[in-house]
Design a protein around this ligand. Structure first.
Ligand SMILES: Cc1cc2nc3c(=O)[nH]c(=O)nc-3n(C[C@H](O)[C@H](O)[C@H](O)COP(=O)(O)OP(=O)(O)OC[C@H]3O[C@@H](n4cnc5c(N)ncnc54)[C@H](O)[C@@H]3O)c2cc1C
Length: 500
């Protein structure tokens, strides 16, 4: 992994006990016998099939070792046609398939269960940029292209592919689309779903759907690509995509702002939206305790402001022309915010390196929480106007449940996506703290739902939130989802035991 997580999430200090972690699903499938395994291997060739347990290891567990599984075979197809042959055989033989991209998912969707009867289909060899059209602002890629490679390919033709995650050095476009990833550019460009024009996917029975259309407008009935996006590999295998490209920003203006309350952060956000419209490309919040632990543990981290403040906002504006408009707009905005007493102090980045230092304070938030002992984490969203109420209610709840625990609510204010984290009390035993995981998560989720929010803002459902999904979705929604699953995958071979 190249960088630390700006979305927060990976640095849980140790795996927590969880019933779904050891569940032996999908028990309905028999383990493929050796004749069948040989047939699968002959599709990709022995060099692209992995059976050696040592070589398998990297595909069987994710970063945090929260999910560790077993697999009968790992296949690394080199083309859409090979994916098609694999699925045809899997469907005929009723073999369960687990699609895997860069294996950076945080909800266990890409990891097989421990029965050892599933075959992992890794897209990593399908990593070609198929074509780029700078005039049409599109790029057609294989699903296994690493996100950072896609960004670089766009940059080479002076365009921007704006999806940006801390895992971008490893995650793949197919995985990004299958999880409908969010990230730091969401405020200005939307999530992964918003950056796609067309898809190519292989259906459970092996048929190839060529939906690689580069059209901005196409109202020809149901939008099938949107079903595959966010489906976490349960409806088909994404093998290619037409992505949208955007003009490269020519200038940026960034400020680190101190505020008294999260309510003021909300009012400041509304003002910033009004004053800068689409030029507002970043609006992240940090609590004082978060900044304190960044300053304590972060190498060379420095508080840009002289006095401590209860809350901080990292705000960024981006413009298409290098004409100083963004800097002027930011200064004017801060002036208005001071007048209205929404902000107490602010530092504007005077150089690229200062801008990087400001962002580093935000990006270190996850890493440093790992150094403060156990941490219980949530990836939730609520309507933007409900963020202050959410944080206040959640803080009251968790500090009542675990006196001395230290809430660290931070993240993408402008998306309503708060990483509501809780660091353990200083003197508490870490295992005893983490034993409260389920109770805390249930309580926080209840508040989220009461505010019409979502239990998964950007990471998906996978294995981790499957049981919760059943509790929080209306029966009519679950029924529609189950019917879609059966229509696309009648034998249930695609990523069984995930999402539904
Ligand atoms: C450090 C770090 C930072 C992160 N930051 C963010 C963030 O800011 N925002 C965010 O949204 N997420 C974030 N994540 C989570 C993760 O990176 C994203 O979910 C990412 O989109 C997963 O891509 P992947 O290629 O690694 O997919 P994988 O982890 O391999 O798979 C994820 C899911 O997609 C399915 N899948 C993968 N490829 C395909 C395919 N081609 N066809 C069908 N199904 C497929 C898998 O079966 C699985 O269910 C972060 C993770 C880490 C480790």
């Amino acid at each position: 992994m190249r960088r630390y997580c700006s979305c927060d999430c990976i640095l849980i200090t140790r795996p927590r006990p969880n019933k779904t972690m050891t569940a032996n699903e999908p028990s309905a499938f028999a383990a493929p016998n050796s004749a069948l395994l040989d047939k699968f291997i002959s599709i990709v060739g022995p060099a692209n099939a992995i059976r050696d347990p040592n070589e398998m290891q990297g595909y069987l567990e994710e970063l945090r070792r929260l999910y560790v599984g077993k697999s009968a075979l790992i296949l690394r197809p080199g083309s859409t046609e090979e994916v098609s042959e694999i699925l045809r055989l899997a469907n005929e033989s009723r073999t369960a398939i687990v699609p895997q991209g860069g294996n950076t998912g945080l909800v266990g969707g890409q990891i097989p269960f421990d029965a050892g009867n599933e075959v992992i289909l890794s897209l990593s060899r399908m990593n070609r940029i198929r074509s780029i059209d700078p005039d049409g602002n599109t790029m057609t890629v294989d699903a296994g292209v690493i996100l950072e490679q896609a960004q670089l390919a766009a940059e080479k033709v002076n365009r921007l592919f704006p999806l940006s995650l801390a895992s971008e050095g490893s995650c793949q476009i197919g995985g990004n689309l299958s999880t409908n990833a969010g990230g730091t550019a969401m405020l200005a460009y939307g999530n992964a779903r918003d950056m796609v024009l067309g898809l190519e996917a292989v259906l459970a029975d092996g048929r190839i759907w060529d939906g690689l259309r580069a059209l901005r407008k196409d109202n020809t009935g149901y939008d099938l690509k949107d079903l595959f996006i966010g489906a976490e590999g349960t409806l088909g295998i994404i093998t290619g995509a037409v992505l949208k490209l955007y003009p490269n920003p020519a200038e940026r203006a960034t400020a680190f702002v101190g505020l008294n309350s999260v309510q003021d952060a909300g009012r400041f956000f509304a003002l910033a939206r009004e004053a800068s419209g689409n030029e507002l490309t970043g609006f992240e919040i940090l609590p004082r305790f978060g900044l304190e632990i960044v300053l304590k543990h972060g190498h060379d981290a420095r508080d840009p402001l002289e006095e401590p403040h209860n809350w901080y906002v990292l705000i960024e504006l981006s413009g298409r022309e290098a004409d100083g408009r963004c800097a002027a707009c930011l200064e004017q905005l801060l002036g208005q915010a001071f007048e209205q007493e929404l902000v107490s102090d602010a530092a504007i980045a005077a150089s690229l390196s200062q801008r990087k230092d400001f962002w580093r304070l935000r990006e270190l938030m996850s890493e440093v929480q790992g150094l403060e002992g156990g941490s219980i984490k949530h990836d939730v969203s609520v309507p933007i106007s409900a963020i202050p109420e959410f944080i206040e209610r959640a803080n009251n709840l968790v500090t009542r449940m675990i006196p001395g625990s230290r809430p660290v609510p931070f993240g993408h204010y402008g998306d309503g996506n708060i990483h509501y984290n809780l660091s353990q009390p200083v003197e508490m035993d870490t295992d005893a703290f983490l034993a409260q995981w389920d109770a805390v998560v249930t309580g926080v989720h209840e508040i989220v739902l009461d505010l019409n929010g979502s239990i998964s803002a950007e990471h998906g459902i996978g294995r981790m939130k499957r049981e919760t999904l059943r509790k929080v979705k209306a029966e009519v929604e679950l029924e529609m989802m189950r019917k879609i699953k059966v229509a696309f995958d009648p034998n249930g071979i695609l990523n069984p035991g995930k999402v539904l």
